[in-house]
Write a protein that binds this ligand. Structure first.
Ligand code: ADP
Length: 252
């Protein structure tokens, strides 16, 4: 599995993400439990099993949900209350591009975010054409999105995010479900980005080069440190749980 590498050291990152005693309840259950975090590194990974609260944490940072308690700030801004500032400052790449893509053609899809940011239609079209040319994909402009492969649609979503020039990009299982060459290409693309990347995944291999890895379990941080400390501990625990489940299956 390709890894996400640190950003170029010359780039100045934005101030960072702050959570203070942030809790989220969903359906009467505490899904995130009093998280206090200051995230300033360039490559941050959130590792956890299914159901540990990763997606909820991403949605909280993105301002798609508000905390029930505590506060969230992204570069000093409350992402839930100040949607306009957050739209400019933060981009999200969802795991499934088809949950993100709204428009029939590539150029319409790419222009949408810029139009939302208030750019005039002609300027947005110009920026889209420029980007596609720079990426060697000018021929994609009029293409129906439905003719692109899954990997290409994922890449299209990344281009749409990059066009908006956010300072923080949130990645949800960014390489899951893609074939190996596409994973390698996308991982290289992510590695070269100057922005702060926050990546959520259940796959520790993706985070080997991260600056900092947070291990989330039942809505709490159980470990927080460099990948060479957190990943072995996580992997050992996953192996232990796997072995226990296998024993339980045999016993059953
Ligand atoms: P992960 O991304 O790590 O798989 P999630 O953040 O999606 O975890 O979910 C964490 C927990 O919150 C899970 O137990 C899930 O069932 C629960 N949950 C998520 N969304 C809702 C919701 N809208 N209502 C009730 N429970 C939810």
């Amino acid at each position: 599995m390709p890894e996400l590498s640190p950003p170029k050291p010359s780039h100045k990152l934005s101030p960072g993400i702050d959570l203070a005693s942030a809790s989220v309840r969903l359906g009467g259950r505490v899904v995130l439990d009093g998280l206090s975090l200051r995230l300033t590194e360039g490559r941050i990974g959130v590792l956890g099993r299914n159901g540990s609260g990763k997606t909820t944490l991403l949605r909280l940072i993105a301002g798609l949900i508000a905390p029930d308690r505590g506060t969230v700030r992204v570069d000093g801004v409350d992402p839930f209350r100040d949607r306009k500032a957050t739209l400019a400052a933060l981009g999200i790449l969802f795991q499934n591009p088809d949950h993100q893509i709204l428009f029939p053609t590539v150029e319409e899809e790419l222009a949408f975010g810029l139009l939302q940011q208030g750019l005039a239609a002609a300027d947005a079209a110009g920026r889209v054409a420029e980007l596609l040319a720079a990426e060697g994909r000018a021929h994609w402009a009029k293409a129906p999105v439905s003719t692109l492969s899954q990997g290409q649609r994922h890449y299209l979503c990344l281009l749409a995010v990059l066009l908006m020039e956010p300072q923080t990009i949130l990645l949800d299982e960014p390489l899951a479900g893609l074939d190996l060459p596409t994973q390698a290409r996308l991982a290289r693309r992510f590695a070269a980005l100057p922005q702060r990347l926050v990546t959520i995944t259940h796959d520790p291999a993706v985070l080997r080069e991260a600056d900092r890895v947070l291990w989330l379990e039942a809505g709490r941080i159980v470990a927080d440190g460099p990948p060479d400390e957190v990943i072995p501990a996580f992997s050992a625990e996953m192996a232990r749980i796997g072995a226990r489940d296998a024993d339980a299956d045999l016993a059953g």
